[in-house]
Design a protein around this ligand. Structure first.
Ligand code: AMP
Ligand code: MG
Length: 653
């Protein structure tokens, strides 16, 4: 590629460009090894921190207890400090009488008087034991005998209700070892010893830069064709989660001079630099060239056999690691956790992260690219014989898959698929499996959230996995979910859903969704027409562009019927959701399409009703009595849910 060229290559040049960019693709293991070899060993810088600021840091020194805790022999109860020998003969029938000494020992009061033979001193919980005493009697076990004496009707053993000096922590004892991560309990131990400051590993300062002309920071207005900078926020948070101190420097446009200035500024100040984006535009070449000027040895790996994450670039510039993560947030996160986190934690003096892993079965075949280690995000549900891991296949551009998935599984580079029924190890994103109370697998609808809202508020966890109507039915037949929302039209009987039910499933009526033609308000070609006339008008106008739906969608069947075999401009644009159809029309990429009324109205589009679609639930009869299923059925039938559905534009069945 010529120097200075940062244009988008023409389609046919693109593969050539990518080949050039990623000529030396390394295996994941090789890339990890080279990065580690370039980074370590290195000294872990340390600093003194006040206890209050030490939370989450790693201790850089062994700590020896400087005092005894408690510092003196101390009473554990409210009562009387006594000499146990005085009470050796005491019993129910033989009370011992002790004279009271003339002081009361509260917390923080040093005793002045000795407990002589035949005497006792009132003492509060936490009070220091006076000289002469060797035990404490609980106040409940005594009776006053006049104003200056008491009676005790039971014997006490020496040391009763006394905590001896150093019994908790002994002076000179090794309290905490270097490398310990300081949590609230460690802070408590240090505070008990009077330690106000500790030497801890200094958190690596990690500069974070997002790159891309299209990026806008959250909180700012979204211009056309712009997207919000997701990586900046998620990378910075993940750095802090793993012992670093993130310094977010914002998004820099794809401009060599600006980017170089930002990178130099970042490296001057930080221990490490993490960039994202700029690898699929030919601009990867840009950061590549800049890195070459920033210090030695420069690039260590550019192109790693990971999926997602091939464009990952690892470099070392005069002792400081520089990482360029791929632009897509999911790719950025996987490569960050897989490759950057181990190095970051080591730099922060932290032990490797201990992720929880569980075994699960994959219910469907997962295709995988040969030669790349592939990470697949999954949602877990409880099947008949253990956990089932559903791939949350939204593609590497999707961020929600990260927040909604329970974890991920790995397909090794040498496998080209994981067959349905394979047992796989799932690495959890959280320390424990969160088994949901209610599992809904099938077609998604915004109306569903309205019905499940009260369940969530009542503390029930609801997991909804969108796999389409047919996928949901299959899951229901395997008993992997409680309910499968479906909207399947049967051409033969001209009815919805019921003909698709198998044994063991029953139909729970949901709601109706009005399907119709969407157009931009004010478009004369459609206003005031019925659906059939509107489509006829659209077909008559060669400049009118449609947006279709994917094969297999219920909506697609309706569109094809209306078109009667016509293939107008836009027919091959076949997005997979109602929302995408509305977005295409709202953004003038198409002039009309078919979607459901609530979606059209939410975007402010014109809408011509055509036919009602039935969105119902295939209920797994064997799971009907589960409390969460009952709660769902109650919610579905409630006046509140019906009203909410109607407000949103649905018609409850
Ligand atoms: P790039 O490698 O810069 O071409 O980016 C690949 C894809 O990731 C493009 O669709 C970018 O818009 C997207 N992307 C890059 N950086 C970010 C970011 N910080 N937040 C969200 N998406 C991004
Ligand atoms: Mg970019």
């Amino acid at each position: 590629m010529g120097s200075g060229m940062t244009m988008i290559p023409k389609a046919r040049d693109r593969s050539a460009l990518e080949q050039e960019q990623f000529l030396n693709i390394l295996s994941r293991e090789e890339a990890l090894a080279r990065f580690a070899a370039a980074l370590f060993p290195r000294a872990i810088p340390s600093e003194r921190r006040k206890l209050a600021d030490a939370l989450g840091t790693a201790l850089a020194e062994d700590i020896t207890a400087p005092i005894d805790v408690p510092p003196f022999d101390r009473s554990n109860v409210d009562g009387f400090a006594v000499r146990s020998a005085d009470l050796s003969a005491a019993g129910e029938g033989a009370p011992a009488r002790l004279a009271l000494n003339g002081e009361t020992i509260h917390c923080g009061i040093a005793p002045k008087l000795q407990v002589a033979v035949g005497t006792a001193t009132p003492i509060a919980t936490g009070g220091p034991l006076p000289r002469g005493a060797d035990a404490v009697v609980m106040v409940e076990h005594t009776q006053p005998a006049g104003s200056d004496a008491l009676e005790v009707r039971r014997a006490v053993s020496p040391g009763q209700f006394v905590s001896y000096a150093g019994s908790d922590i002994a002076r000179g004892e090794a309290l905490l070892r270097a490398g310990t991560i300081i949590g609230s309990r460690e802070i408590g131990m240090l505070a008990a010893c009077g330690i106000a400051e500790v030497r801890v590993a200094r958190k690596p300062r990690v500069a974070v830069i997002s790159t891309g002309d299209e990026l806008v920071q959250p909180g700012e207005a979204l211009a056309p064709a712009a997207i919000y900078d997701t990586n900046g926020a998620i990378v910075a948070a993940a750095i802090d989660e793993n012992g670093g101190e993130a310094i977010f420097l914002g998004a820099i446009p794809d401009d060599e001079a600006k980017l170089e200035a930002a990178m130099r500024h970042a490296l001057a100040d930080a221990d490490m630099l993490v960039l994202s984006g700029g690898t699929s535009k030919g601009a990867g070449d840009l950061s590549h060239r800049i890195i070459g000027r920033l210090g030695q040895p420069g690039i260590i790996a550019h192109g790693v056999a990971l999926k997602p994450g091939k464009p990952l670039c690892l470099a070392m510039c005069d002792g400081k690691p520089v990482v360029i993560l791929p632009g897509f947030p999911t790719s950025a996160m996987f490569t960050f956790h897989d490759v950057v986190v181990p190095a970051l934690r080591k730099m922060a003096g932290l032990p490797p992260r201990s992720d929880t892993k569980v075994s699960a079965t994959v219910p469907v075949r997962i295709a995988s690219e040969l030669g790349r280690t592939e990470f697949i995000m999954v949602s877990l549900v409880e099947g008949k014989d253990g956990l089932i891991a559903y791939p949350s296949g939204k593609g590497s551009g999707a961020i929600t898959s990260f927040a909604q998935a329970d974890g991920f599984l790995r397909i090794e580079a040498l496998a080209d698929q994981m067959p349905a029924g394979t047992g796989a190890e799932v690495t959890l994103f959280t320390p424990h499996v969160r088994v949901p109370d209610l599992v809904i697998v099938g077609s998604h609808c915004t109306g569903l959230d309205l019905v499940t809202a009260p369940l969530a508020h009542a503390g029930l966890t609801v997991r909804s996995i969108a796999v389409g109507s047919l996928g949901g039915l299959a899951a229901a037949k395997r008993g992997e979910c409680d309910l499968a929302p479906i909207h399947l039209f049967d051409d033969e009987s001209e009815t919805y859903n019921a003909p698709y039910l198998a044994e063991g499933l029953e139909l729970v009526p949901g709601w109706r969704r009005m399907q119709g033609i969407v157009f931009r308000d004010g478009d004369r070609r459609f206003e005031g027409l019925g659906a059939k006339e509107a489509v006829a008008a659209a077909l008559a106008d060669a400049t009118c562009i449609m947006v279709n739906r994917n094969q297999g969608a219920g909506t697609r069947i309706l569109i094809d019927r209306l078109l009667g075999g016509a293939r107008p401009e836009g027919y091959w644009n076949q997005p997979r959701s109602h929302n995408a159809v509305a977005a295409a029309v709202a953004q003038h990429r198409a002039d009309w399409g078919m979607t459901i009324a609530p979606v059209a109205h939410a975007v402010g589009l014109g809408f011509i009703p055509l036919a009602e679609e039935h969105y119902d639930f295939a209920l797994v009869t064997a799971r009907k009595q589960r409390p969460a299923v009952q709660a769902f059925l109650d919610a579905l039938g409630s006046d509140e849910a019906r009203a909410a559905l109607e407000r949103a534009g649905f018609r409850p069945a």
